[in-house]
Design a protein around this ligand. Structure first.
Ligand SMILES: Cc1cc2nc3c(=O)[nH]c(=O)nc-3n(C[C@H](O)[C@H](O)[C@H](O)COP(=O)(O)OP(=O)(O)OC[C@H]3O[C@@H](n4cnc5c(N)ncnc54)[C@H](O)[C@@H]3O)c2cc1C
Length: 315
């Protein structure tokens, strides 16, 4: 049975009685997302630091759903918003410590910022992060990657706070990384990570970052309201063609539903032209999946995380 609004408020009040962070009811999430769509968080929590987050998680009833959000560059939040508590890490989770052969970074740091710090410190191998618009927390959760590398290849460990409020350090192996996925425990939040770097000349690293950025400008709609790659590339045993090739061959380039469109520039990207809703974007993605399945018998799987409830769904 779902909780009544009054009992949710009561459970939230108990859990947050001593927080030093910020708790906002009915906080609009759409403006925080890359797609600029989606409803409100029933409760939005920005913890002051790891200790604050752990203490709230310990007190928060397991009945209340918890959703972590980073830079919202790989999510569609549905128009009816997210029930329960949405946690967004910001200040208090953005320190960067440079070590001889790597960096220890807070999970709220943007990937691009980490790539720049690494370059300045003469640590190579993290350039791929320069073109990924998410946060380190989202990168660990999604095993973000590009240009032949990914988080799995550079991560030493990640510190997480579990749904029951325990702070644990997990070695990379324990995160069971796969292509654009990790085995992060359900309801856990990444708070810090150590990324390995290889000593190299700062100017050469900076030049590689510039190349990556230029290549992206040419091939991806990086200035549009988008969510990055919509579908995972199929397993090569199932289809040698990448997701974008299947979508293109199925005639979906430029396909529209309302103001949602399959990007003309890179057809594994959906874009919000102006007034699209989350339902338009998700519906368009499902149209694409259907066409690809009908024409090639290949089932595409969403890489974008879709979360929350449709407009008009009761809490
Ligand atoms: C223009 C564009 C280009 C992109 N290019 C790439 C690319 O080349 N390679 C690539 O891999 N991705 C790419 N992406 C997708 C996206 O940037 C990555 O998946 C990124 O890692 C998501 O990070 P985020 O902080 O935005 O996470 P969000 O989108 O906020 O969340 C994504 C998932 O991570 C979870 N999450 C977020 N923060 C935490 C945390 N602290 N602890 C636990 N879980 C968390 C969320 O619950 C959600 O399930 C691109 C996106 C855009 C818009």
């Amino acid at each position: 049975m779902s909780l009544s609004a009054a009992s949710v408020t009561e459970l939230v009040r108990e859990a947050f009685a001593e927080t030093r962070g910020r708790l906002t009811p009915q906080a609009p999430l759409g403006p925080r997302t890359w797609f600029r769509v989606g409803g409100a968080a029933e409760w939005l929590f920005q913890p002051a630091d790891a200790e604050d987050l752990a203490s709230v998680m310990q007190r928060l009833s397991p009945e209340l759903p918890v959703t972590a959000l980073g830079a919202c560059s790989n999510v569609i939040i549905r128009d009816g918003g997210l029930d329960g508590v949405v946690i967004r890490l910001a200040r208090g989770f953005s320190d960067i410590i440079i070590e001889e052969d790597g960096l220890v970074v807070g999970s709220a740091c943007l990937d691009a910022t980490v790539a720049e710090y690494a370059a300045q410190a003469g640590l190579g191998g993290l350039e791929f992060l320069a073109g990924i618009p998410g946060s380190i927390g989202g990168a660990v959760r999604m095993n973000a990657g590009a240009y032949g590398s990914d988080i799995a290849a550079v991560l030493d460990w990640a510190e997480i706070i579990t749904r029951d409020g325990s702070l644990i350090r997990l070695e990379a192996g324990a995160l069971r990384f796969g292509y654009r996925r990790s085995g992060l425990p359900e309801g856990a939040l990444v708070i810090r990570a150590r990324l390995r770097g290889t000593p190299d000349a700062p100017a050469e690293i900076a030049a590689r970052i510039a190349e990556i950025r230029a290549a992206r400008e040419l091939s991806q709609p990086v200035r549009a309201r988008t969510g990055g790659s919509t579908f995972r590339n199929p397993d090569p045993d199932i289809s040698p063609r990448k997701a974008w090739e299947l979508i293109d061959a199925a005639g979906c380039r430029g396909l529209r539903r309302g103001d949602a469109q399959v990007s003309e520039k890179h057809c594994n990207f959906l874009i919000n032209l102006d007034q699209a809703t989350a339902a338009d974007l998700e519906g368009l993605g499902e149209d694409v999946r259907q066409r690809v399945a009908q024409q090639f018998g290949v089932e595409l799987h969403w890489e974008i995380k879709r979360m929350g409830k449709a407009e008009g769904t009761p809490a």
